[in-house]
Ligand binder design. Structure first.
Ligand SMILES: Cc1cc2nc3c(=O)[nH]c(=O)nc-3n(C[C@H](O)[C@H](O)[C@H](O)COP(=O)(O)O)c2cc1C
Length: 205
């Protein structure tokens, strides 16, 4: 939704894209949605579902993080590859490119817990893009073992950002053959928890 605020123009001129003036009127396009980026990594779509609920609540630009070389379909091969990447510090190259990251004030970053850590592709993202001076808001799904060190790693990789309280919920457990769970009563529950969380951190519309 766009909010237009019309103010009487008194001796003001601006070249800012958000402030346009004719001779008598200053128009401020007060649209917070344009400043919000929601970037997420998701393999079995649980984190994607959380990202979409956040997007419904706050608007903004929703972006799926994709890799130049996707992970294998096989779960255990992926677990082994991720463990090796974490061990060596390998940052997988991203196919996704974000246009003009500077224009965003608020960046939500969503990811599953992988090996009790932040997944390597999200480490790539945080290494590649400068989020200093921005609000960074992590969100997570996991197989029942929590966020591990992932939220702490976000803080470490964004030393000059305002890293806010994150959101986490239990998602699937691919290891046990449980893939997508964000439907029915779980979806309703998560929708309500997300609304409360957004209100608590003051980001809701
Ligand atoms: C490579 C890999 C490693 C995982 N490691 C963990 C883990 O350490 N702890 C945990 O609770 N869940 C772990 N999971 C389960 C995911 O965090 C969980 O299924 C999550 O909801 C998946 O999100 P997605 O559907 O957005 O991909 C792992 C899943 C994968 C694929």
């Amino acid at each position: 939704m766009r909010f237009l605020l019309f103010l009487l123009f008194v001796g003001f001129s601006s070249t800012s894209s958000s402030c346009k003036s004719d001779n008598s009127l200053l128009v401020i396009e007060d649209n917070p949605n344009e400043q919000i980026l929601i970037v997420y990594l998701s393999r079995t779509q649980n984190t994607k579902a959380v990202a979409e609920i956040i997007h419904k609540n706050v608007g903004g630009t929703l972006v799926a993080l994709e890799l130049e070389t996707p992970y294998p379909a096989d779960y255990q091969t992926t677990v082994n590859q991720v463990a090796e990447e974490n061990r060596t510090g390998f940052l997988p190259p991203l196919k996704t490119k974000i246009d003009n990251i500077a224009k965003y004030d608020i960046v939500f970053i969503g990811f599953p817990t992988w090996g009790m850590q932040l997944p390597p592709p999200m480490k790539s993202f945080l290494n590649q893009y400068d989020l200093s001076g921005k609000k960074v808001i992590p969100f997570n799904t996991n197989g029942g073992y929590g966020v591990g060190s992932s939220f702490q790693t976000v803080k470490e990789l964004c030393p000059d950002s305002d890293v806010m309280e994150g959101f986490t919920t239990k998602g699937g457990s691919e290891r046990d053959g449980v893939l997508y769970v964000m439907e029915g009563s779980k979806e309703v529950e998560v929708q309500s928890e997300i609304k409360q969380w957004l209100q608590k951190i003051g980001i809701n519309k």
